[in-house]
Design a protein around this ligand. Structure first.
Ligand code: ZN
Length: 195
C-alpha cells in the first residue's frame, strides 16, 4: 500500500525517532509499504517518520547511486532495496563532498549538501540480522540523508542561513500544499488555513 508522505512542516519530521524494539507482522507490513511508497515516489530513500511513524527505520534503493560510481568505487552493497533498522553511524571520513540532494518530504527542492564522503553504518536488516554497509560518494550521501531523518534532521538544515532565507517562500509553499508532487502527500497545515 502506498502511504502518504508527510510534508515539510509536519512536527514528526523534527522528532527523534524511537528504537525498533522487536519484529512483528505490523513492522513487516510497514516495511513493505515503505518500499512501495518509495518506489511510487521514485525516491532513493524513505525514513519511517516521513510516513508518520517515529521509528528508527529507513528503506533505501542505492542501485542508481551505486551505478553512477566509477567501477573502482563500487563497494559491496546488499541486495536493493535495503532495509535499515536501528542504524548507527560507526565511521565517517574526514573528507567531504557535495552532492545535489532532494527529499520526498520537500518536493521540488534540490540543494547541494556537503557531507562526509564515506560512511559506515551498522544496522539490522528486515530479518533482524546485524549488517554493515560502507557507502561512498553518492551512496554515502543517501545513507546519511536517511539516517538524519531518524534524528529529526533535514538536508536543508545544512544550508547557510542566507540560502535558507532565499528558500523561505518556497518552503512555505511546500508546507502549505501549494507544491503538489505526483505522489500522495499529507500536509500539517492546509492551504486554506495558511496566510
Ligand atoms: Zn528526506
Amino acid at each position: 500500500m502506498i502511504l502518504p508522505i508527510r510534508a515539510y512542516g509536519d512536527p514528526i519530521l523534527r522528532e527523534k525517532a524511537h528504537e525498533v524494539t522487536g519484529n512483528s507482522p505490523e513492522l513487516q507490513v510497514l516495511i513493505d509499504n515503505m518500499i512501495e511508497t518509495m518506489r511510487g515516489a521514485d525516491g532513493a530513500g524513505l525514513a519511517a517518520p516521513q510516513v508518520g511513524q517515529g521509528l528508527r527505520l529507513f528503506v533505501a534503493d542505492l542501485t542508481e547511486a551505486w551505478r553512477a560510481l566509477p567501477l573502482s568505487l563500487r563497494t559491496e552493497i546488499p541486495p536493493q532495496p535495503m532495509v535499515c533498522i536501528n542504524p548507527e553511524i560507526i565511521e565517517t571520513s574526514d573528507e567531504q563532498a557535495e552532492f545535489g540532494e532532494g527529499c520526498l518530504s520537500i518536493p521540488g527542492l534540490i540543494e547541494e549538501i556537503r557531507r562526509p564522503w564515506r560512511v559506515k553504518l551498522r544496522y539490522l536488516d528486515r530479518e533482524f540480522q546485524e549488517c554493515e554497509i560502507e557507502g561512498v560518494s553518492y551512496t554515502a550521501s543517501v545513507l546519511q540523508h536517511e539516517y538524519d531523518h531518524l534524528d529529526g534532521i533535514l538536508h536543508i538544515d545544512y544550508l547557510t542561513s542566507e540560502r535558507r532565507m532565499q528558500l523561505e517562500e518556497k518552503l512555505r509553499d511546500i508546507e502549505t500544499g501549494r507544491v503538489r508532487p505526483s505522489y500522495p502527500m499529507q500536509y500539517h497545515i492546509s492551504p486554506d488555513s495558511a496566510t
